[in-house]
Design a binder for this molecule. Structure first.
Ligand SMILES: NC(=O)c1ccc[n+]([C@@H]2O[C@H](COP(=O)([O-])OP(=O)(O)OC[C@H]3O[C@@H](n4cnc5c(N)ncnc54)[C@H](O)[C@@H]3O)[C@@H](O)[C@H]2O)c1
Length: 328
């Protein structure tokens, strides 16, 4: 058992990671300012084993306090890709600068491992697929650039100071507690809710873009392993399923899962949208025993069941759906 700090732990992936760490018997501190995370995401967890600090990761004094006695930091707090289009400077402050400050803070506090949760968006669009970790990094958005800055600072702490860090690069994740709302809204929950409400799904561009979708429990298991596998220290590791799925075919899969005829509307492409992403996760399989277990279709079934079991009417959820959600 160990004390673990998870920044962004009230968010979508972070709250799944918290659950998996609680299962292991760890003592969890979550630092989250709840800008996009929710208290409810931690519902059902024993408050003696999981403590939520509502704080901003840019608050140096609060983060120094939060790190006291911590063995591993999992750093997930971030602002997202669409946020970066309307607010690039703040996006960089949280994703890039705060990561540099947290590394200094963790090292000073004697934290034994720092796991930085980066993103496949650091690659920009695929030059070749599947993409292993040596693929060029050529981000197309400030989000991708700021996540890459965070990665570079994290690796530099390892190469310069010998500080034990790990960088993981999840590809698109989906599952319970994912975001459909505001500028956090992602394609699978947006498509699924619209399909369940009998509304057309909206594809930005022609739908030939491809993504590698991984169910959140698989993504979180890979992140968790990065906190405890000694072989991972100093390394940069993809977390993806290796399945390439076009957005047009995703709409058809949603149709099959919901049993609804899917009507598609096309809109203008999102600025900076990358065309293709697909992981080569060979390194994760070897260093982290990463083995995604949930198929895309099964994962969408589970997400549908989660929405339908939530007690919130689909129309109520959809009220927070913004179509061009990168516009301020
Ligand atoms: N969801 C995906 O498909 C995906 C894919 C690749 C990488 N990632 C990475 O995984 C991590 C988690 O992403 P997510 O999808 O769970 O997003 P999320 O928005 O649900 O989680 C991020 C959390 O950070 C918190 N946060 C934001 N700014 C903060 C600040 N200044 N101080 C404290 N907390 C702050 C938010 O409230 C939120 O709870 C991120 O680092 C993201 O880059 C996510």
């Amino acid at each position: 058992m160990m004390r673990v700090l998870i920044t962004g732990g009230a968010g979508f992936i972070g709250s799944e990671l918290v659950r998996q760490l609680v299962e292991r018997g760890d003592d969890i501190v979550v630092a989250d300012n709840l800008v996009n995370g929710k208290r409810e995401n931690l519902d059902g967890l024993d408050s003696r084993r999981c403590r939520l600090l509502v704080t901003d990761v840019r608050d140096a004094a609060a983060m120094a306090d939060a790190m006291a006695g911590v063995g591993v930091v999992f750093h997930l707090a971030c602002l997202g890709v669409r946020h970066s289009i309307h607010s690039p400077r703040e996006n960089h402050d949280v994703n890039g600068t705060a990561t540099l400050d947290l590394l200094a803070c963790a090292r000073a506090a004697g934290v034994r491992r720092f796991v930085y949760v980066s993103s496949s968006e650091v690659y920009g669009t695929a030059r070749r697929v599947p993409m292993d970790e040596r693929h060029t990094t050529f981000p197309t958005t400030v989000y991708g650039a700021s996540k890459l800055a965070g990665e570079c600072y994290t690796r530099a702490y390892y190469t310069t100071y010998g500080y034990p860090t790990v960088v993981v690069r999840p590809f698109n994740a989906f599952g319970p507690r994912c975001h459909h709302e505001g500028d956090s809204g992602e394609v699978i929950p947006k498509f699924l809710l619209r399909a369940l409400a009998g509304k057309p799904v909206i594809i930005f561009g022609d739908g030939t873009q491809t993504r590698d979708f991984t169910f959140v429990s698989d993504t979180a298991a890979g992140i968790l392993a990065a906190g405890f596998s000694d072989a991972a220290v100093g390394d940069t590791i993809n977390l993806g399923s290796g399945r390439s799925v076009s957005i047009a075919s995703l709409a058809q899969t949603i149709g099959r899962v919901t049993g609804r005829a899917i009507e598609i509307t096309h809109d203008e492409p999102r600025p900076g949208d990358v065309h293709d992403l697909c992981a080569d996760a060979t390194k994760a399989a070897s260093l982290l025993k990463f083995a995604p277990a949930v198929s895309l279709e099964e994962g969408i079934h589970r997400l549908q069941a989660w929405y339908l079991g939530s007690g919130t009417p689909i129309e109520t959820l959809l009220a927070d759906d913004r179509v061009r959600n990168w516009v301020a």
